[in-house]
Write a protein that binds this ligand. Sequence first.
Ligand code: ADP
Length: 512
Amino acid sequence: MPNQSLQSPKADILVIDDTPENLNLLSAMLTEQGYKVRSVTKGSTGLRGANAAPPDLILLDVNMPEMNGYVVCQHLKANDRTREIPVIFISALGDVLDKVKAFAVGGVDYITKPFHLEEVLARIDNHLTIRKLQKQLQAQNERLQQEIHDRAKAEEKFTKAFRSSPNPIAIATVTEARFIDVNPSFLRMSGYLLDEVVGHTITELDLGKDVGAIAKTIQLLLDTGSLHNQEFEFSTKFGEVKTILLSIELIDLSGVQCALLIANDITERKRLENEFISLVSHELRTPLTSTMGALDLLGAGQLGNLTPQGQKFLSIATTNTERLIRLVNDILDLERMKSGKIFMRKVNCNAAELLITATEAMQAMAEKSQVKLIVNPLDIQLWADPDRLLQTLTNLLSNAIKFSAPGDTVRIGATLPDYESDKSKENEPATTDYLLITIQDEGRGIPEDKLQLIFERFQQVDASDSRNKGGTGLGLAICRNIVQQHDGKIWVQSILGEGSTFYVLLPLASFK
Ligand code: ADP
């Protein structure tokens, strides 16, 4: 074994034997085989050595004067640091080896004189291998124990957070929207018991008021992976309708695609907000009307002629008062629509006439903004409230003009959608009993994350829009409300910097 000295030793072996010939013989034999050998002649010295630097294996003579091998072995096994070291007993020629005792005190094997080199090496090698495997198993076991412990802790943390969260939380499968688990806050909000919810779908429990909105949300979730603060109407077990903000995250549970839903019950907040808005709006209307009357009187020169600077200030005051009145009227309009205080007066009306009237109404604004207005009417009957539809179309046209640059074109047109060839509208009603009105501009466009948000009240792409463009942030919320009350749909597609297209889908008269 010429290179043995250059390699690291195979293992560290401690030989405890009071017979120098034995010691020398074994040391030479094992060193020759590449083992690192420490040899001592006394049991007590061996115990100290083993405790100071535990070897991988001990060869222990049975018969020693001061402390015999059995006692040494008992000490080794009583000590945590040396307990696991395999001990092989050696019995010299003529010694009596009590094999049963050797095993009873913790020995793993024995060798008797005369030694056969191969046999000694094979036994040592065997026990070293067993010890090595034992160590590996122990390490693996410790790792597993640690992992189990860590997981249990993580699970405990998660379970505690899940169970005691003040926010209602639910986990449901994505394919069927079937509940897997819900927390106590969710049960409190919904009025159900745990086993009335778990295993049932959202539709079975009739939790969502708008089934179409649920399907759309699931599709959007699959496309984007997560949704934040989406507003939903939620029906409780007792038929109470609550408004919730829902954040949803896609998660994988043992290979099943699930949705983690975290809700925020904003019913009370909404009620107070609505109450506050309508109260303030009503209170504002009276003083605004008299302010406007006073400004009109001033403008008509009934209180004497104004200087040019006076005229300028009067004009600023009038513009801003008009804007405030518009805002208050819009808020009141929306509130009345939402609370069902405004009914749509639906009649048979002609789509072409509506589109042309809306275009004519916006012509002056378009010219002022140097925007070209093109109308493509379709002669077909609609079942609608013509005044409210005009309000919607003029609002959409006004926005399109407002956000266009001079020289741009705004197009309004109507078609009968062909759903067979347009798979992208899978969530829309698959019928041609609908009319699709499009209002298309070449303006600044709308960022993707604002495409849905702008239909909520007071939501604008840019906070400066109301200042710079004179809007209130309520127009699209009103449009959506009117369209929904016609059993229709409104949405927008846009490319930033290239323009936007607003779509209004409405049922035809024959469909009603
Ligand atoms: P506003 O009175 O502010 O126009 P709307 O509810 O009608 O209120 O519109 C909300 C916001 O949506 C606008 O302030 C604007 O940021 C954005 N928006 C609406 N229409 C368009 C459009 N055609 N092009 C670009 N942005 C638009």
